[in-house]
Design a protein around this ligand. Structure first.
Ligand code: HEM
Ligand code: HEM
Length: 254
């Protein structure tokens, strides 16, 4: 018997009747773009390495993740109920209580939005993504790589948390980022999935994608953004013959 047959399938059947809307369309869309672009950036960097011709696309996908991160941060203050950072559970007491409930075997303690551990892990992912982008743009090579590995560790924690939740609460939690629904009391449900904001977020991301495509020069390894006077270098400076170690804006002094 596989894990799917013994755990996942019965859990899905048990919980499907009590699932209510928690994650609106903007949250799910941003999760898709953020997780997708970070994964591609990581796969190119770690799977192919910086000598590979595909490496120039690594930073391109990193910049796409940057757009998604920016929009997600705005929704953290102006988004729907569970998308707001004020709804995330950062109190150490709540964190200790949730582990205490697990130790007692009390499966009744559950949260509609992010639980305390998830809140900290998600905050870590957002902050670390910002740090990886900042260090990538600034040319802090070692620190960029270290920040990327710490981000990878947090993504590992995130995925491990999903597995623990799935087994402990007998709920296939991964589905919640697809259809937006989690097991929760009916009164905790969002009234709607914010389709209008979803369209606005999609248009914003698509516009950022167009800016990134139009400004991208794969041969030169640069990205020209309309609001910056100089293009951004997307590869190590010595790969382009610069060797100054500082990335960010290119200089015409060679
Ligand atoms: C590079 C990979 C990933 C990154 C960077 C990432 C990042 C995040 C972030 C930032 C959140 C918070 C969502 C928000 O409030 O906007 C989140 C939540 C979530 N993610 Fe991911 N994620 C990744 C991969 C995945 C995968 C592969 C799955 C499914 C198999 C997944 C399923 C979920 C679910 C279900 C939640 C909500 C958890 C909860 O209810 O507390 N994620 N993720
Ligand atoms: C989510 C976004 C990103 C992730 C996860 C990420 C991850 C990584 C990793 C793991 C490496 C080490 C690869 C190796 O040693 O072979 C690396 C290298 C590099 N990254 Fe990124 N990166 C991101 C975004 C960016 C951005 C936005 C830029 C530039 C605009 C950038 C520029 C570079 C460059 C030039 C290198 C090679 C030199 C170095 O180690 O610093 N990255 N990145």
């Amino acid at each position: 018997m596989s894990l799917w047959h013994t755990v996942v399938q019965p859990c899905a059947a048990m919980t499907s009747s009590k699932r209510v809307l928690i994650w609106d369309i903007p949250v799910r869309l941003l999760h898709l773009v953020l997780a997708g672009s970070i994964s591609v950036a990581l796969i190119i960097a770690l799977g192919f390495g910086k000598e590979h011709p595909l490496f120039v696309y690594h930073a391109w996908f990193g910049m796409l993740a940057g757009g998604a991160l920016g929009v997600r941060l705005v929704l953290g203050f102006a988004g729907s109920r569970y998308a707001r950072f004020s709804a995330w559970k950062f109190s150490p007491r709540a964190l200790i209580a949730s582990f205490g409930a697990m130790r007692r075997g009390d499966r009744g303690v559950r949260d509609a939005g992010h639980n305390p551990s998830a809140s900290w892990v998600m905050l870590g992912i957002l902050v670390l993504t910002g740090a990886v982008l900042g260090t990538g743009l600034a040319g802090g090579e070692d620190i960029h790589e270290i920040a990327a590995y710490v981000l990878l560790a947090f993504i590992g924690l995130h995925l491990a948390g999903l597995v623990v939740h799935t087994i402990w609460h007998r709920e296939v939690i991964a589905l919640s980022m697809v259809d937006g629904k989690k097991v929760a009391p009916a009164e905790a449900a969002l009234r709607h999935a914010s389709p209008v904001v979803g369209v606005m977020v999609a248009l914003l991301l698509a516009s950022w994608g167009v800016v990134l495509v139009r400004g991208f020069d794969a041969a030169a390894g640069t990205l020209r953004l309309p609001f910056l006077a100089q293009p951004i270098s997307l590869v190590e400076d010595d790969e382009k013959g610069g060797g100054e170690g500082k990335r960010g804006a290119d200089h015409d002094d060679d």
